[in-house]
Ligand binder design. Sequence first.
Ligand code: NAP
Length: 424
Amino acid sequence: MKRQTFKYAQALTKERLPFIPVQSILPHFCEGRSLFFRDTKTKISENTSRLFQKRQSKNTAKIGHANFLSSYSSLVFSRTNSCAVNKMKTIKLATSGQEMPMVGLGTWRAQPHEMENAVNVALECDYRHIAFNYNTEEAIGNVLKNWLGSGRVKRNELFITTKLPNFGGRPSDVERFLKLSLKKLNLDYVDLYLIHMPFSFQLNECSLSPLVNDDGSFALDPVDYLDTWKVMEEQVRMGRIKAIGVSNFNAEQLERLYDNADIKPDVLQVEMHAYLQQRELRAVCQRLHVAVTAYSPLGSPGANTHFSSKYQYSLDDFPDILGHPTVREVAQKYEKTPGQILLKHLIQEGVIVIPKSGNPERIKSNISLFDFELALQDVEQLDQLDRGENGRIFNFLFFKGVENHPYYPFKSKESNSSSPTECS
Ligand SMILES: NC(=O)c1ccc[n+]([C@@H]2O[C@H](COP(=O)([O-])OP(=O)(O)OC[C@H]3O[C@@H](n4cnc5c(N)ncnc54)[C@H](OP(=O)(O)O)[C@@H]3O)[C@@H](O)[C@H]2O)c1
């Protein structure tokens, strides 16, 4: 009996999913609770075998190869650290070899004083991955300086991400904006630097922000992100960046970049949550060995207020994913918060998450995700909340006229252009 179970697990890993470690698969067949595999090549506990046997026939019939592959996309190429209870897992990035913690603190839309406090709380709660936006760096640089200066944390224990702004895409601007970020962050290097968007705007030199035309539209700059990337690669060689990646690129754009890059992109940061699960994009990332980071993993509650006040743009049907009855029901079952369930749904499938919070309780709960596993039937229920493209919140149409940019990423396939000739 035991032998059979192990053989089946081997068959899954060897023949169908060649690189997935057994421990990544079994918990999902076995209710996922209290399982720990010390050495999955040789040992599967008696108890686990029994559980696995019980669920095996039911689940194998249910899970098709494709669905399985896409569900475990990131795990195919990544190795997660062994899962001690509530201990942070990391993903090893394929090109740089950096270990990226699967939960980071998002910082967008926070006021400087709020963020300063949030980063302090987060570091106390063992967050070591912080995802910055160029407009939140300054407030937080001092916090990092204090923590590093006092020796409470070492630089190599932190994973700091920041981005090249969408108004800094010209190759001649990259070094300048990176240096500016490093200065604000009080750091010599960042662990991950992302091109924020595949499209660029012209630069308003006075305010270091996108140039806006008289009619309120944004002044587009058709710079090719491949040219920007070449300079990002130089910055890696110069030691200012460990890993490079992109954000808000579609699958075609990511593949084009991948095919032309000397240093391959390590990470794609995109909007991802229960309403926008992006399975096809995840499969592309899996094939290219690009790790996926989900931004707005909770559905960005409050973003609509931000859009309407800053851009006079609002979404009529703004989602409340945290309040969805299925999410609440699953949360009740596990005695977790709806936020923890949405985050777990992503990290359990190998997706890195960067929830933003300025609230100490929520900061703490958003990282407390490693002492439970969602059972297959609950994962499936959450999978069903996917609304495809209708679930997208960030289409960036609040940047008036952006849809006319040749590299705007969310056009329909027919009209989407990724050819450099169409840029000229
Ligand atoms: N690359 C890009 O273009 C892009 C775009 C958007 C976002 N991002 C990044 O992704 C990060 C996260 O995305 P996001 O800020 O849009 O959305 P999010 O993380 O999905 O949601 C943040 C909001 O949820 C609230 N919240 C946090 N934890 C909660 C919990 N456990 N239960 C209930 N509410 C909770 C927060 O309020 P409190 O602060 O009051 O807790 C905040 O209003 C950003 O901070 C940014 O770093 C990147």
